[in-house]
Ligand binder design. Sequence first.
Ligand SMILES: C[S@@+](CC[C@H](N)C(=O)[O-])C[C@H]1O[C@@H](n2cnc3c(N)ncnc32)[C@H](O)[C@@H]1O
Length: 203
Amino acid sequence: MRGVEQIPWLYDAICAWAEWRGLGRWRRWLAGGARGRTLDLGCGTGRNLPLLPPTARAVGLDPAIDALRRARRRAPRVPLVCASAEALPFRAAVFDTVVSGLVLCSVPDPARGLAEVRRVLRPDGTLRALEHVRATRRWKARVQDAIQPGWTWLTGGCHPNRETERLVEAAGFVIDAEGRRAQANLRRFAARPAAAGQGSIRA
Ligand SMILES: C[S@@+](CC[C@H](N)C(=O)[O-])C[C@H]1O[C@@H](n2cnc3c(N)ncnc32)[C@H](O)[C@@H]1O
């Protein structure tokens, strides 16, 4: 069975509601800060693409072909690639920005995907992310653990209990304290490839 992420009209309807409820502001932050050559990782139905600054030269990538068809209608001029984060079909250090909107929860192997993101980003590039993450309250995290198998099945890949910021740091990124926001289980942040010996500055 296809999950919500593979049913573009349903995914878009749910997103439109969530964006009306406030997610839209975070999405505009996510896309609006993109600079230069930009990869919209897991672009899905392309909701970030029209929000990218006109100066950003974007490529959208997603493994779901039906979602990409919808993204094509939303952003006809943006090149779209059907591929996975774990095996990005790009040379090293070609992107100034990688945008990840609600994607790292769905990538089956996030460590591999983040290693690929790091590879394709220039050393002075930026990963911009809007993600929901594992709850900080223990009982909520336990609930997330309990519902994860059913949730992943229903949504078509999403893991509600991922420690995404920890995974990003483990992949060799430093999360900027400036611009980072946390609201319930939602996070938005920009992260840069760490220089040798550099640690996290996350607040
Ligand atoms: C919740 S949707 C987010 C879509 C879009 N980024 C947005 O902000 O609306 C998650 C997306 O991640 C994609 N995805 C799942 N596995 C992936 C992978 N291995 N590599 C890249 N994208 C993946 C899904 O196909 C889906 O489009």
